[in-house]
Write a protein that binds this ligand. Sequence first.
Ligand code: HEM
Ligand SMILES: *[C@@H]1O[C@H](CO)[C@@H](O)[C@H](O)[C@H]1NC(C)=O
Length: 439
Amino acid sequence: MKFSLLPLALLPGALAFPAICPEGLKELKRRGVSEAAIPRLLHKRAEEAKLGKRATFSAAAQKVDVTGPHKFVPPNFAAGDQRGPCPGLNALANHNYLPHSGVADMATIIEATNKVYGMSLDLGGFLAVYGTVFDGNPLSLNPGYSIGGPSTASQNILGGLGLLGQPNGLTGSHNKYESDASPTRGDLYLTGNNFAVQLPQFQQYYSALKAVQGKSSDEQYQGLLQFRIDRFQHSVKNNAYFFYSPFSGVLVSPAGFSFPKAMMANHSAEYPDGTLSLNVFSSFFGVSGQEGKFIYKEGNERIPDNWYRRPIGDDYSIPSFLVDVLDHGAQYPPFLDVAANVNGPNTLAPVDLSDLTGGVFRTGGLLEGNNLECFVLQSIMAAQPDILGSFFLDVKSATRPLTNNIQTQLAGLACPQLNKYDTTLFQKYPGYQRSGGAV
Ligand code: HEM
Ligand SMILES: *[C@@H]1O[C@H](CO)[C@@H](O)[C@H](O)[C@H]1NC(C)=O
């Protein structure tokens, strides 16, 4: 919704007192954004603006190399290559920006997502360290994880040190990283497969994007709202094990809807903020052919030729992502609830956040202040020892990289202190039971 806000960077004092133009205010209200959420969205936009005026388009700097050592090579599954639920990471492995095996160390993942997609080091760093601790091996000399399932390569590259089991990889991280109601991937307990494109879902995404062709990427994001609501309601109506947890649900699930417009869109002088065409979208999801006759090849996510990434210096950061999460959340509040089906399909029952957190947060309150990130980051901290206790010999050392990362983030947020996190409230949900916990 950038179009509806005043160019904050141009206003003297705008960063301290973000303002909104009358049309912008009307537009937000028309969309049903609550008054309480508006200062929050403005503040976040101001933070974005603070990061610098948008850089202008530079073909030379933004063109991504897909030739020579970075030419597309499909995975060889028979040889053990891993690909998983994330098309962004799969494409990096297919172009040798990550090891072709699909098992990569943290530093390489952070660098590759920054260089190829313009994902900020703070966002890439947090996602990579989370993946390493929950789905990989943080105790290895070369900490990292598999972008697909468990891999024997991860034994060699990551080392078996200190582990009581084999790391699960992103595919095996249901309700810890990988979640229900994803855009193109199926719900694990509904389809039995949470990593491959389901073509009917792909078609829905494609149709939503088709209606917003020629618009800039942030406007395209608005065009995806109804598709996201449909995906959410489909899971509620059909998946008895639907579980929307604090991290993998409320925070990660929106990424599948915002990352493509933010980091797969093509950029040009005409579209300095990018626009996502149907061809580019299809290529990044491993789909070819025309509507009605789509052909999907698993793990074949491909960076298109002549593709131009985000402007250098305008990385997609944690604040940019939070604005996108809140934007959809303000328009459809159930996206910001921790909720699950409690007794079969279509029995959605939200967890009372006040009961969960000893009154520190309340259901419906995550739009305000820094509550969203305060709540999610502290939930991860609280869940860590429980979920990982049976996995590492030395759970304190194993969780330290993520704990350090989260503590650094929390230091800047002035969060209300969470003293209670009552996961017994999750026990009544079949989806939580079946996945053996959730984050
Ligand atoms: C360290 C970086 C990253 C990690 C650890 C990561 C991890 C994941 C995980 C676990 C999922 C599954 C979530 C779910 O079930 O809904 C996912 C989905 C997704 N990721 Fe990533 N990701 C990363 C970076 C990226 C980047 C840079 C992009 C885009 C350029 C991207 C695009 C997507 C999309 C579009 C989906 C949704 C797939 C679908 O269901 O259609 N990711 N990612
Ligand atoms: C990206 O945009 C430029 C400028 O319009 C265009 O020449 C190029 O073909 C586009 N790339 C893709 C992959 O569509």
